[in-house]
Design a protein. Structure first.
Length: 217
């Protein structure tokens, strides 16, 4: 969804940082092994995202979000949906701008928009323990029960659009299957067809910034 805004995708060209793949860094194990390295990668991503703006696809989704009966679920952690004015975004994988204490000291997660961060790795302002990005890593469950409930409810819809996702990362990838099972008319919008392309009612091989304006017209 954000590739046209200049945000590197997890997969494909631009998905590598130094010699690492995202799957090498976005895990609890990688953070335990080398928190500074993981934070250097996230700080690099935050600096890129800070210079990006929502594209036409974001703007159209934002307009749709103001219609009754529309739910917007995002796996993206960049915050560009919110910047475009999308209402009540369900953040399935959290936010790159949010930090959490690793010591479970009781402090609530907090936002930090500094790019670059003032200190790497950052620490909890309440107890001084190491802080981690407020995102969901590979191998972790979805911590926000409200996001899970809202996503499952949205899968019981009349029309379900899967936009700009690889359809590989579960449980988010399962939402399309849920929607299909409930009888929704399903659409995939992605520059390259994914493994889900044969499942949906319509597969549109375009970027969101091109396909969504055409749908509106």
């Amino acid at each position: 969804m954000s590739a046209a805004s200049g945000v590197p995708t997890f997969r494909g060209t631009g998905g590598l940082w130094r010699s690492f793949k995202p799957e090498d860094l976005a895990t609890p194990q990688a953070f335990t092994r080398d928190p500074l390295l993981v934070w250097q990668w996230y700080d690099w991503r935050r600096q890129i995202i800070a210079g990006c703006a929502p594209n036409k696809g974001h703007e159209i989704v934002a307009a749709w979000s103001r219609r009754a009966g529309t739910t917007v679920i995002t796996q993206n952690v960049d915050g560009l949906h919110e910047l475009a004015g999308t209402e009540q975004v369900v953040r399935y994988h959290g936010s790159i701008w949010q930090l959490r204490c690793t010591a479970d000291c009781g402090a609530s997660a907090w936002d930090d928009r500094a790019a670059p961060l003032a200190k790497l790795p950052p620490v909890c302002p309440s107890c001084g323990a190491l802080a981690r990005p407020g995102v969901v890593w590979f191998g972790e469950g979805i911590p926000c029960h409200a996001a899970v409930a809202a996503s499952s409810a949205a899968a019981q819809s009349d029309v379900f659009l899967s936009i700009g996702t690889s359809s590989l990362v579960y449980p988010a990838a399962g939402l399309l299957h849920e929607a299909k099972a409930h009888g929704a008319w399903t659409v995939e919008i992605n520059p390259e067809p994914t493994a889900a392309a044969g499942l949906v009612d319509a597969a549109i091989a375009m970027g969101a910034e091109e396909a969504l304006p055409r749908l509106v017209r």
